[in-house]
Design a protein around this ligand. Structure first.
Ligand SMILES: [Zn+2]
Length: 286
């Protein structure tokens, strides 16, 4: 009995360690991704100068709401290593007052076609063929049917970001759906301590944390520019231990550097198997 208890305690300890499934590059202990949705003016006016001043990379999920004035700016950011992601052309999601294009009126085919056209649009801007995606309103339905698996089948995007809260700390990449990557969606009333608190949580877990911003000191769901700046200062100060990179780069790295399934899982599995295996013990090794 005592031996069994020690075995269980050992399993519990090792399971805790097994949470850290990615060894981040260099001395980095965690990764943070800053994402900004909807191609908003305040991002270019306020967010970008702050990012540039702190030399921090980010991902901008653009819709077709870009024009002759802003396209050169997005293009310039891409040339500096920032990522331009796909956020559809017209931002279709379930009917709400401030969303003019209703996803209820879409078919899955129409949604995928729109994502494909936006991919081509972005290719014309930055020349990249591999694209990441963010679901409008963090919803994934067209005509009330979920389109994630169709998006996966068509291979239009490599990774897709969805919503979430401060629990969106990713540590176990073996269980992560690459087309449903959670993020911390900011409501707009957050103070610097909220933002930095999330980073600390990610650091503690040794995982990946993704922020979803909209307006920065303007537009909507707007985060106070001072709070945003303080977050960037924190990230800059800890840049040797926190890797701040683009969504695509973080995901490429994490999926390529997943640690193999911990030995302890196999031990646990065998332990379980032994317990329930029939006495005859015959098994197929196909
Ligand atoms: Zn959006």
């Amino acid at each position: 009995m005592r031996g069994y208890l020690i075995f269980i305690v050992l399993l519990a300890c090792l399971s805790t360690q097994a949470q850290h499934t990615v060894k981040w590059p260099g001395h980095h202990k965690a990764a943070i991704v800053l994402t900004y949705d909807d191609a908003l003016e305040s991002q270019l006016k306020v967010g970008v100068p702050q990012l540039l001043s702190k030399q921090l990379k980010a991902t901008f999920f653009l819709t077709a709401d870009i024009d002759t004035l802003t396209i050169p700016k997005w293009k310039k950011l891409s040339s500096l290593g920032y990522e331009l992601g796909n956020h559809t052309m017209y931002h279709p999601c379930l009917s709400i007052e401030d969303n003019p294009v209703a996803s209820e009126n879409y078919t899955i085919e129409k949604m995928l076609r729109e994502i494909e056209i936006m991919n081509n649009y972005l290719y014309a801007i930055d020349g990249h063929t591999s694209r990441t995606f963010a679901y409008p309103c963090s919803e994934s339905t067209a005509g009330k049917k979920d389109y994630v698996d169709s998006l996966r089948d068509y291979g239009l995007v490599k990774y897709a970001r969805t919503g979430g809260d401060t629990d969106a700390v990713i540590t176990d990449f073996s269980k992560l759906d690459l087309l449903r990557v959670p993020s911390y969606g900011l409501e707009g009333n957050n103070i610097a301590a909220d933002l930095i608190g999330f980073v600390r949580k990610v650091e503690k877990a040794g995982g990946l944390g993704i922020f979803m911003f909209h307006g920065i000191g303007g537009d909507y769901l707007s985060v106070n520019p001072k709070a945003h700046y303080r977050l960037l200062c924190y990230l800059r100060k800890h840049h040797e231990t926190i890797w701040v990179t683009t969504f695509k780069q973080a995901m490429d790295y994490a999926t390529a550097n997943k640690e193999s399934k911990p030995k302890v899982d196999r031990l646990a599995a065998n332990h379980k198997k032994d317990k329930f295996q029939p006495v005859s013990g015959r098994s197929n090794h196909n």
